[in-house]
Design a protein around this ligand. Structure first.
Ligand code: COA
Length: 255
């Protein structure tokens, strides 16, 4: 894979580690990071060895302090920005990745940083994590999905409070409102993320991917359609399970 500057990509024992790597500017998200993330996530999507992805930020102070204010807010023109976005839909790629993504969050998790965390499936926060959406304070609104992903994650009232007041919340409150799955001491953050990854990886890769797909795609559908989706995906998982079983064995239970 390419020689990246704003992202570090590593793979070990079926876990892909993606590190946002611009610590000198609190890992703020710029065009280069977007392009590199796009390449990394595309490679992960096509790599069957990768069972789980862990996303984290380099440095002591931040997972990501949002869009690079010297970059995105001075983009050449909205038209060019949109064209480029169409060519490189990194957020769509995040959301459609077949493998589960665990975000390991510390320090500032602001703006696009929070939106990136919301594109992940599971979120673990260090005790020092602070979450916020400062966009309306800058006269803009989030554009990497937060107006849609946040209410789906924590409900309308909490989402609107965060969006409209721009109030920053700390890790414990984020856990109380369901924004993160768990809070751990800073020193244990990556251990906790790996522990969660290993719990997932004990199970069939096929079942993991189908379960993720059922939840992620189902959330966007009316209940009757999402139950139909579940039936179809469950049938695939049953077929796969039968293929795995030695012929003649009959251990499958019905539910
Ligand atoms: N874009 C570009 N550079 C950023 C940045 C961003 N979003 N966030 C921080 N930086 C840079 C700072 O300019 C500073 O660079 P410098 O050392 O060359 O001056 C460096 O990162 C460290 O940030 P600093 O502000 O000194 O740290 P702090 O602890 O005092 O404050 C924040 C941290 C996150 C509260 C503050 O940096 C901030 O408000 N950043 C902007 C957050 C934002 O609005 N993001 C959303 C954009 S939509």
């Amino acid at each position: 894979m390419g020689n990246f500057q704003s992202v570090i990509y590593e793979k070990s024992e079926n876990i892909a580690y993606v590190t946002l790597n611009r610590p000198q500017v609190l890992n703020s998200y710029n065009i280069q990071m977007r392009d590199e993330l796009y390449q990394v996530l595309s490679a992960i999507r096509d790599d069957d060895e990768v069972m789980v992805v862990i996303l984290k930020g380099a440095g002591d102070k931040a997972f990501c302090a949002g869009a690079d204010l010297t970059d995105f807010l001075t983009a050449p023109s909205p038209v060019v920005t949109r064209q480029t976005r169409g060519e490189r839909d990194v957020w769509g790629l995040f959301l459609s990745l077949p493998q589960p993504i665990i975000a390991a969050l510390h320090g500032y998790v602001l703006g696009s940083g929070m939106e990136m965390a919301l594109c992940c499936d599971l979120r673990i926060a260090a005790e020092d994590a602070q979450f916020g959406l400062p966009e309306v304070g800058l006269g803009i609104i989030p554009a990497a999905g937060a107006t849609q992903t946040l209410p789906r994650a924590i409900g309308r009232a909490w989402a609107l409070e965060m969006l409209l007041t721009t109030r920053r919340i700390e890790a414990k409150e984020a856990c109380d409102i369901g924004l993160v799955n768990q809070v751990v001491p800073r020193a244990e953050l990556y251990m906790a993320a790996e522990e969660m990854a290993r719990k997932i990886m004990r199970h069939s890769q096929k079942a993991i991917r189908l379960a993720k797909q059922a939840v992620v795609r189902g959330l966007d559908l009316p209940l009757a359609d999402s139950l139909e989706l579940e039936r179809k995906l469950a049938a695939l998982s049953f077929a796969d399970r039968r293929r795995q079983q030695p012929s003649g064995s009959n251990t499958e239970k019905t539910s």
